[in-house]
Design a binder for this molecule. Structure first.
Ligand code: THU
Length: 132
């Protein structure tokens, strides 16, 4: 699956987003090394804090299926500019592969691609805990 196809799968989730408070839908799609794809949308909550971002919703689906080998994550909003993952999502994804690619889309169809470690430099990760 190429980047544009993965972004299209993320965009297909925008309609599913549960966003009564922010009215800011986000869609995500995760491509695993074996070619499996897991998509997700943001799921908000009246208590605000329990809101789950699209990337973490997709990640939960992958992990619950036993698929930890994440290669790429596509993220899209309905915004003119690129929709980048929030800090919590960057940290959550870092756990599984600092070298995964993050592909951010914007409304005009353009995409940008980064390594996750570029978006979260000097991160605290699993290896930090082993370095005692
Ligand atoms: N949101 C995501 O789904 N992913 C991000 O990485 C950034 C923020 C959602 C959370 C909330 O439902 C809405 O965007 C506005 O913050």
């Amino acid at each position: 699956m190429n980047n544009n196809e993965l972004v299209a799968m993320a965009a297909a989730m925008l309609d599913k987003a549960y966003v009564p408070y922010s009215k800011f839908p986000v869609g995500a799609a995760i491509l695993c090394e074996d070619g499996s794809v897991y998509s997700g949308c943001n799921i908000e909550n009246a208590a605000y804090g329990p809101t789950i971002c699209a990337e973490r919703a997709a990640l939960c689906r992958a992990i619950c299926e036993g698929n930890h080998k994440i290669a790429k994550v596509a993220v899209v909003g309905e915004t003119e500019d690129y929709c980048y993952p929030c800090g919590v999502c960057r940290q959550t994804l870092y756990e599984f592969n600092p070298n995964m690619k993050i592909i951010c889309g914007r409304r005009d169809g353009n995409i940008v691609e980064h390594y996750l470690h570029e978006l979260l430099p000097n991160a605290f990760g699993p290896l930090t805990l082993n370095d005692k």
